[in-house]
Design a protein around this ligand. Structure first.
Ligand code: AMP
Length: 122
Protein backbone atom coordinates (compact mmCIF):
# COMPACT_ATOMS: atom_id res chain seq x y z
CA UNK A 1 0.00 0.00 0.00
CA UNK A 2 1.24 3.47 -0.90
CA UNK A 3 1.30 6.29 1.66
CA UNK A 4 -1.66 8.64 1.14
CA UNK A 5 -0.39 12.14 1.74
CA UNK A 6 -3.93 13.51 1.94
CA UNK A 7 -4.55 11.85 5.30
CA UNK A 8 -5.41 14.22 8.14
CA UNK A 9 -2.11 13.79 10.00
CA UNK A 10 -0.13 14.57 6.82
CA UNK A 11 -2.17 17.77 6.58
CA UNK A 12 -1.42 18.59 10.22
CA UNK A 13 2.30 18.00 9.59
CA UNK A 14 2.19 20.39 6.61
CA UNK A 15 0.40 23.00 8.72
CA UNK A 16 -2.74 22.85 6.54
CA UNK A 17 -4.92 21.71 9.44
CA UNK A 18 -4.44 23.04 12.99
CA UNK A 19 -3.72 20.88 16.01
CA UNK A 20 -3.50 21.38 19.76
CA UNK A 21 0.24 20.88 19.91
CA UNK A 22 1.99 19.34 22.93
CA UNK A 23 5.51 18.84 21.63
CA UNK A 24 7.57 18.92 18.45
CA UNK A 25 11.15 18.13 17.52
CA UNK A 26 13.08 16.97 14.46
CA UNK A 27 11.46 13.52 14.49
CA UNK A 28 7.99 13.80 16.01
CA UNK A 29 4.92 15.91 16.45
CA UNK A 30 2.57 15.40 19.38
CA UNK A 31 -0.91 16.84 19.83
CA UNK A 32 -4.14 16.12 21.68
CA UNK A 33 -6.64 13.71 20.12
CA UNK A 34 -9.80 15.58 19.00
CA UNK A 35 -11.95 12.86 20.49
CA UNK A 36 -10.31 12.02 23.84
CA UNK A 37 -11.08 8.59 25.28
CA UNK A 38 -9.81 9.45 28.79
CA UNK A 39 -8.76 12.56 30.74
CA UNK A 40 -5.50 12.68 28.84
CA UNK A 41 -5.33 11.44 25.27
CA UNK A 42 -2.29 12.51 23.28
CA UNK A 43 -1.06 11.37 19.90
CA UNK A 44 2.57 11.10 18.84
CA UNK A 45 3.41 10.81 15.16
CA UNK A 46 6.70 10.55 13.30
CA UNK A 47 7.44 13.34 10.84
CA UNK A 48 8.32 10.85 8.12
CA UNK A 49 5.68 9.34 5.86
CA UNK A 50 4.96 5.92 7.40
CA UNK A 51 1.61 4.20 7.16
CA UNK A 52 1.84 2.09 10.30
CA UNK A 53 4.23 0.47 12.75
CA UNK A 54 5.19 -2.32 10.35
CA UNK A 55 6.01 0.16 7.59
CA UNK A 56 8.00 2.23 10.09
CA UNK A 57 9.98 -0.69 11.49
CA UNK A 58 10.84 -1.88 7.99
CA UNK A 59 11.71 1.44 6.42
CA UNK A 60 12.60 4.07 9.00
CA UNK A 61 16.19 4.93 9.86
CA UNK A 62 17.68 4.11 13.27
CA UNK A 63 17.56 7.82 14.05
CA UNK A 64 13.85 8.02 13.23
CA UNK A 65 13.06 4.94 15.34
CA UNK A 66 15.08 6.30 18.24
CA UNK A 67 13.48 9.72 17.77
CA UNK A 68 9.95 8.31 17.96
CA UNK A 69 10.62 6.24 21.07
CA UNK A 70 12.33 9.18 22.79
CA UNK A 71 9.52 11.48 21.67
CA UNK A 72 6.93 9.27 23.37
CA UNK A 73 8.84 9.44 26.67
CA UNK A 74 9.32 13.18 26.38
CA UNK A 75 5.60 13.69 25.89
CA UNK A 76 4.56 11.42 28.76
CA UNK A 77 6.93 13.29 31.08
CA UNK A 78 5.61 16.62 29.83
CA UNK A 79 2.05 15.46 30.58
CA UNK A 80 3.05 14.03 34.01
CA UNK A 81 1.74 10.58 33.14
CA UNK A 82 5.05 8.73 32.82
CA UNK A 83 6.15 6.09 35.31
CA UNK A 84 8.85 8.57 36.37
CA UNK A 85 6.61 11.48 37.29
CA UNK A 86 3.05 10.17 37.16
CA UNK A 87 0.82 7.13 37.51
CA UNK A 88 1.35 5.62 34.09
CA UNK A 89 -0.59 5.42 30.87
CA UNK A 90 -1.35 3.13 27.95
CA UNK A 91 0.43 3.40 24.61
CA UNK A 92 -1.55 2.00 21.69
CA UNK A 93 -0.84 1.84 18.00
CA UNK A 94 -3.67 0.53 15.85
CA UNK A 95 -2.48 -1.22 12.71
CA UNK A 96 -4.52 -1.97 9.62
CA UNK A 97 -8.07 -3.16 9.23
CA UNK A 98 -8.26 -5.62 12.10
CA UNK A 99 -6.38 -3.21 14.35
CA UNK A 100 -9.04 -0.57 13.74
CA UNK A 101 -6.65 1.99 12.26
CA UNK A 102 -8.53 4.98 10.85
CA UNK A 103 -5.74 7.39 9.96
CA UNK A 104 -3.07 5.85 7.69
CA UNK A 105 -0.10 7.69 9.19
CA UNK A 106 1.66 5.88 12.06
CA UNK A 107 0.60 7.20 15.45
CA UNK A 108 0.78 6.21 19.06
CA UNK A 109 -2.13 7.01 21.35
CA UNK A 110 -0.97 7.90 24.88
CA UNK A 111 -3.93 7.54 27.19
CA UNK A 112 -3.91 8.31 30.90
CA UNK A 113 -4.66 10.85 33.60
CA UNK A 114 -6.94 8.25 35.19
CA UNK A 115 -7.24 4.46 35.25
CA UNK A 116 -7.71 3.44 31.63
CA UNK A 117 -9.33 0.08 32.39
CA UNK A 118 -8.96 -3.25 30.68
CA UNK A 119 -6.65 -3.53 27.72
CA UNK A 120 -9.21 -4.80 25.23
CA UNK A 121 -12.98 -4.59 25.47
CA UNK A 122 -15.26 -7.31 24.16
P1 AMP B 1 -6.79 5.35 14.81
O1 AMP B 1 -8.16 4.75 14.87
O2 AMP B 1 -5.80 4.62 15.66
O3 AMP B 1 -6.33 5.56 13.39
O4 AMP B 1 -6.92 6.76 15.51
C1 AMP B 1 -7.10 7.96 14.83
C2 AMP B 1 -7.30 9.01 15.89
O5 AMP B 1 -7.12 10.28 15.31
C3 AMP B 1 -8.70 9.01 16.53
O6 AMP B 1 -8.58 8.81 17.93
C4 AMP B 1 -9.25 10.40 16.19
O7 AMP B 1 -10.03 10.95 17.23
C5 AMP B 1 -7.98 11.18 15.95
N1 AMP B 1 -8.11 12.33 15.07
C6 AMP B 1 -8.69 12.39 13.85
N2 AMP B 1 -8.58 13.62 13.33
C7 AMP B 1 -7.88 14.37 14.23
C8 AMP B 1 -7.43 15.71 14.26
N3 AMP B 1 -7.68 16.57 13.26
N4 AMP B 1 -6.73 16.13 15.35
C9 AMP B 1 -6.49 15.29 16.37
N5 AMP B 1 -6.88 14.00 16.39
C10 AMP B 1 -7.56 13.53 15.34
Amino acid sequence: MKYDDNNIFAKILRGEVPCDKIYEDEYVLSFYDVSPQRKIHALVIPKGQYIDLDDFNENASKEEIHGLMKGISTVTKKLNISSKNGKGYRAISNIGENGGQEVPHLHFHLIGGENVGKMVQK
